[in-house]
Design a protein around this ligand. Structure first.
Ligand SMILES: Cc1cc2nc3c(=O)[nH]c(=O)nc-3n(C[C@H](O)[C@H](O)[C@H](O)COP(=O)(O)OP(=O)(O)OC[C@H]3O[C@@H](n4cnc5c(N)ncnc54)[C@H](O)[C@@H]3O)c2cc1C
Ligand code: SF4
Length: 490
């Protein structure tokens, strides 16, 4: 029974509060602000507990959304926390970062504004951290089994925490100097402050997870070494190989992959680096590609003091409202989205493709040559882009950032040493229904097997993979098994 059966009639949806643009452009701190306790309670009270909670199906973790909405609306924060943690190891990562596919799936979204599920989730976990309720949960019994997790992004961390709680000795290997994967080096602090990652790592360490940063598996330790010392190996190595843009002028100075640019900004925000070697200050910046990576380049370039930032996308601008015939509820709406970074200043160029980069005598990029394209589909429904004749236009650009997506794991020596096969079609690690790769005893989860995706999927897969590893190691599993590989794509 919902706390307020007619709450959705009495309370309007409230969006996230954000810091003023002029203020947030001067620092790297989080743009979104925590919902006030009372706001979280009234927003949670909008949940009608509709009987068939489509929001569950919208959430890759299967979060028990109506349950914790009811607890929050009643002010029962401890119970809300237990419910939330029963399906999600790291609700603060999703609370700050998730695009919330649960919300368009909310039954209220059929003809009204959905419940602000993500804000309620964030309020629960931050309420708990502020009161020191998030405590280590070490396993009562040790199994004596050893597991190596390679990669410390959300998938590796979720798998590691679950396996440690099942009593296994877990060592997390990470080639970067700090733990966190893309949460640490990739996603900017203005979306996720790194203290949020650090305090959760403290909990994992207290539960017995051992971190080995600065170890590149496949180079510093071999696949054979891992196999000899561990009863199971979990590959959570991400999908960090960027899609290349093979065009005239690609080799010019000032044309960079987004992931050569963003981690430097993370290091500056962390105080590890004084100035980035790739800097947007005083430059016309062109970002090629959209999505989270493009938006993060945009927010970073504006904070560094770019003169102007343009974002090019070869797709036509999506509609403002969903088309109910071709994209009905509860599907993820294919509409034009504006991230906080876009509100801070951008020139969006839709249906436009780069055809070449042009530089000066010193070999530094100065212009991007673009052309208008039309999206077309062939007889098999495959998308292609027709370049419109005489539509070329040069744009000023002293910094070009390529954010055209990722094409699979970039850790070839390790995969070769372990004899792990990749899917020839997608370039990602092949796994069976047990999350096991083609190499027995070697498992994979997260972006490495799914392809570049979302934090919520990485956590869901880390949990599911851990459950299968645990069962294989002990013959009986004590961990919940939430999702099957590659199911329910967003
Ligand atoms: C710029 C950017 C912004 C994003 N923003 C969002 C967002 O706002 N919301 C959202 O939901 N998702 C976002 N995503 C996607 C999300 O970050 C990923 O889906 C998620 O981090 C995948 O988690 P993972 O654990 O599978 O891999 P990763 O987070 O990629 O972690 C893999 C780790 O493995 C390590 N590794 C690889 N090979 C080795 C090796 N041989 N030895 C040791 N370590 C190794 C890597 O160094 C890395 O740290 C974003 C992605 C990018 C690139
Ligand atoms: S993790 Fe994401 S999809 Fe799931 S409830 Fe939270 S915001 Fe919604």
């Amino acid at each position: 029974m919902p706390a307020e059966p007619w709450g959705f009639l009495h309370h309007a949806r409230v969006e996230f509060r954000k810091r003023p643009i002029a203020e947030r452009l001067r620092d790297w701190r989080a743009v979104l602000q925590l919902p006030l306790t009372e706001t979280a309670r009234t927003q949670a009270a909008r949940c009608m507990d509709c009987g068939v909670p489509f929001c569950h199906a919208g959430c890759p973790l299967g979060n028990l959304i109506p349950e914790w909405n009811e607890y929050v609306a009643r002010g029962e924060w401890h119970r809300a926390l237990d419910s939330l943690h029963s399906t999600n190891n790291f609700p603060e990562f999703t609370g700050w970062l998730c695009p919330a596919p649960c919300e368009p799936a909310c039954v209220l979204a059929i003809n009204a504004s959905p419940v602000s599920i993500k804000q309620v989730e964030l309020a629960i976990i931050e309420h708990a951290w502020a009161r020191d309720w998030v405590r280590p949960c070490p396993a009562p019994i040790r199994t004596g089994r050893r597991v190596a997790v390679v990669g410390s992004g959300p998938a590796g961390l979720a798998a590691a925490q679950q396996l440690a709680r099942a009593g296994h000795d877990v060592h997390v290997f990470e080639r970067d100097d700090r733990i966190g994967g893309l949460l640490r080096y990739g996603i900017p602090d203005f979306k996720l402050e790194k203290r949020v990652v650090d305090r959760r790592l403290g909990q994992l360490a207290a539960e017995g997870v051992r971190f080995r940063p600065g170890v590149d598996a496949g180079t510093d330790v071999s696949g054979e070494w891992l196999r000899a010392r561990y009863d199971a190996v979990v590959l959570a190595v991400g999908a960090l190989r960027p899609r290349e843009v093979d065009l005239p002028g690609r080799g010019l100075a000032g044309v960079h992959q987004a992931m050569d640019y963003l981690p430097q900004a993370n290091r500056v925000a962390a105080g590890d680096l004084r100035t980035p070697t790739i800097d947007a200050y005083g430059r016309h910046v062109v970002i090629i590609g959209g999505g989270d990576t493009g938006a993060d380049c945009l927010g970073t370039a504006n904070r560094q003091g770019a003169v102007e930032v343009r974002q090019l996308d070869h797709n036509p601008r999506p509609p403002e409202l969903r088309d109910d015939d071709t994209n009905p509820w509860p599907q993820w709406p294919r509409v034009h989205r504006v991230s906080p970074a876009h509100e801070e200043g951008v020139v969006e160029d839709w249906s436009r493709e780069v055809v070449a980069f042009a530089g000066d005598e010193q070999g530094h990029v100065r212009r991007v040559r673009t052309a208008v394209v039309e999206r077309r589909f062939d007889a098999h429904g495959h998308r292609w882009f027709h370049v419109v004749r005489d539509s070329e236009e040069d744009l000023p650009a002293e910094l070009v950032l390529l954010a055209a997506g990722f094409v699979g794991p970039d850790t070839v020596p390790l995969l070769d040493q372990l004899e792990v096969q990749l899917d020839p079609r997608t370039g990602t690690v092949l796994v069976d229904d047990e999350w096991e790769t083609t190499a027995p005893g070697v498992y994979s989860c997260g972006d490495a097997q799914r392809g570049a995706s979302l934090v919520v999927w990485a956590i869901a897969e880390g949990r599911a993979c851990a459950a299968r590893v645990d069962r294989a190691l002990t013959g009986r599993g004590v961990l919940p098994e939430p999702v099957a590989p590659s199911s329910r794509p967003l």
